[in-house]
Design a protein. Structure first.
Length: 240
């Protein structure tokens, strides 16, 4: 599971250096590996000793321990109250997930992110105090659908349900036109934030000049309302 998108990690508190991840399945491992790779101290927890051993072997967490997270005493002895952010990544076992989330909140953890496998599961997690509930499978499905229907979009960061920042290839309809000619804000309700430089796709010009001409196939980063973003003329993009 790829969690490089900011869509998930924006909901974690970046000022904190210690995270605990409870549940070392695919989702939990991905969270551990990404946080660990970003330089944060991560404690991995699972009831399955093999998963704990594998996490340590793969070096995806600073520490990993085996315990039953439905037991408050076990969580307290593991030092969970000292963590400001805990990710409950159990997901597939609703009862265990809900009890764990409740235990963690009652132990005084400030911020708890919990994985839900269904809408009802999500409502239960909210009821017992989860500060943020994520639906990874749903979100990945939406991302896949967008990538299939909007092939020109390379990446998307949803600021909220109505607005996003999008990285996309300049469509043919925009080729050799200047920013001022396109009038993106009035036509589509979006603002151009950055444009890849002509000599490199890895370097961007931030807030480019209005007289800059866009080139088909180069990269542009825009921000705006999702409805406006969906109106961008990407339907005629050539397949890679």
């Amino acid at each position: 599971m790829n969690l490089s998108s900011l869509g998930f990690f924006r909901n974690l508190r970046p000022t904190n250096r210690q995270f605990a991840v409870i549940g070392l399945g695919r989702f939990g491992r991905a969270v551990c590996a990404t946080l660990n790779g970003l330089g944060y101290e991560v404690l991995g927890i699972d009831t399955d000793g093999r998963r704990v051993t594998q996490a340590l072997t793969d070096e995806i967490a600073s520490h990993a321990i085996q315990l039953d997270s439905t037991q408050p005493v076990a969580l307290k002895e593991a030092g969970i109250p000292d963590f400001d952010t805990v990710i409950v990544a159990i997901g597939n076992y609703v009862e265990e997930s809900v009890i764990t989330t409740l235990n963690v909140k009652e132990l005084g953890v400030t911020y708890v992110v919990a994985k839900a496998s269904s809408e009802i599961h999500g409502k239960l997690l909210n009821r017992v105090g989860a500060d943020h509930v994520v639906f990874p499978e749903h979100e990945m499905g939406c991302t896949l659908a967008r990538s299939l229907t909007r092939p020109g979009i390379l990446d998307r960061f949803e600021l909220d349900p109505d607005n996003s920042i999008v990285e996309l290839r300049v469509p043919q309809a925009f080729d050799q036109k200047t920013i001022v000619e396109l009038d993106l804000r009035n036509t589509y309700g979006v603002t151009l934030l950055a444009l890849s430089q002509s000599d490199s796709m890895e370097k961007f010009e931030i807030n480019p000049s209005p007289v800059t001409r866009l080139r088909y196939g180069s990269i542009m980063v825009v921000i705006g309302n999702n409805k406006g973003l969906d109106r961008l003329p990407l339907y005629n993009q050539k397949p890679e």
